[in-house]
Design a protein around this ligand. Structure first.
Ligand code: KIV
Length: 271
């Protein structure tokens, strides 16, 4: 019997049980009430209020500009919609790297003001002090290794990470450290599939991949990419399930045409 079919509310413990029973975890991003409601009703396990909101909602080139206040606004909208999924919220750039007190203050705002269930943070040993402090306040933490978009200016490109031995070894040791510290799950972004499989096999906590192949314990995508709303973004790892940019455009063109011709509203569409 599937672990998650029975479950009324997904918790970090459910995700752990899913890994133990080899049940893949599904995760998508959400930033607003209406979309979160659809994804939750569809049965998604985890909703990530990602700082990718900076790209897809606000139109910035990177995830760096989004603020803590903006993340809280998006997260609160998502939490209001959700009945079943676990809601994880990204700590935005600048809200946790400085010192662990700052990290805890940012986390407490996210938990109190948005009603989130957990936070996600990018990085390994460099941020361990902040992770320890957040965990000690009783807040579950999801780690994020590999391509960490908040460090894009250090990397220089969005290309696959940890192809070289040295970076792969650091990633493995960071993954083990995050598990030891008490993180409940780990996102692995854009790394070779063999490396992601190895990390997933060596860890007890679930791994959730994006561009990390099929050997992980779950998959995450940016919802706007999966639905084809972000039409110019076509990385190899992405599977589009709809072409909504075009479909919405066609619908809006039809509406404009109906308004201009006087066809809308008709007799039945007025009081
Ligand atoms: O912000 C985000 O959407 C993410 C996912 C790509 C994992 O961190």
């Amino acid at each position: 019997m599937s672990v998650n079919k029975e479950i009324k509310r997904i918790t970090t413990h459910v995700l752990q049980a899913m890994k133990a029973q080899n049940e893949p975890i599904s995760m998508l991003t959400a930033y607003d009430f209406s979309m979160a409601r659809i994804l939750d009703e569809a049965g998604i396990d985890v909703l990530l209020v990602g700082d990718s909101a900076s790209n897809v909602m606000a139109g910035h080139e990177t995830t760096l500009p989004i603020t803590l206040d903006q993340m809280i606004y998006h997260a609160a909208s998502v939490v209001r919609a959700v009945k079943r999924a676990l809601v994880v919220v990204d700590l935005p750039f600048g809200s946790y790297q400085g010192n662990s007190k700052n990290a805890l203050d940012s986390t407490i705002r996210i938990m109190k003001e948005a009603g989130a269930h957990a936070v996600k943070m990018e990085g390994g040993r460099e941020i361990q002090e902040s992770i320890i402090r957040i965990l000690s306040a009783g807040v579950p933490v999801m780690g994020h290794l590999g391509l960490t978009p908040q460090s894009i200016y250090k990397f220089g490109t969005y290309t696959v990470r940890a192809r070289e031995e040295e970076e792969a070894e650091k990633l493995i040791s960071d993954a083990k450290l995050l598990q030891e510290l008490g993180c409940f799950a780990l996102v692995l972004e854009k790394i070779p599939a063999n490396l992601a499989r190895r990390v997933s096999e060596e860890l007890l906590i679930p791994t959730i991949g994006i561009g990390a192949g099929s050997g992980v314990n779950g998959q995450v995508l940016v919802t706007h990419d999966l639905l084809g709303i972000t039409k110019d973004f076509q990385p190899r790892f992405l599977r589009r399930y709809l072409e909504l940019f075009e479909e919405i455009k066609v619908a809006v063109e039809a509406y404009i045409s109906d308004v201009r011709s006087g066809d809308f509203p008709n007799d039945k569409e007025q009081y």
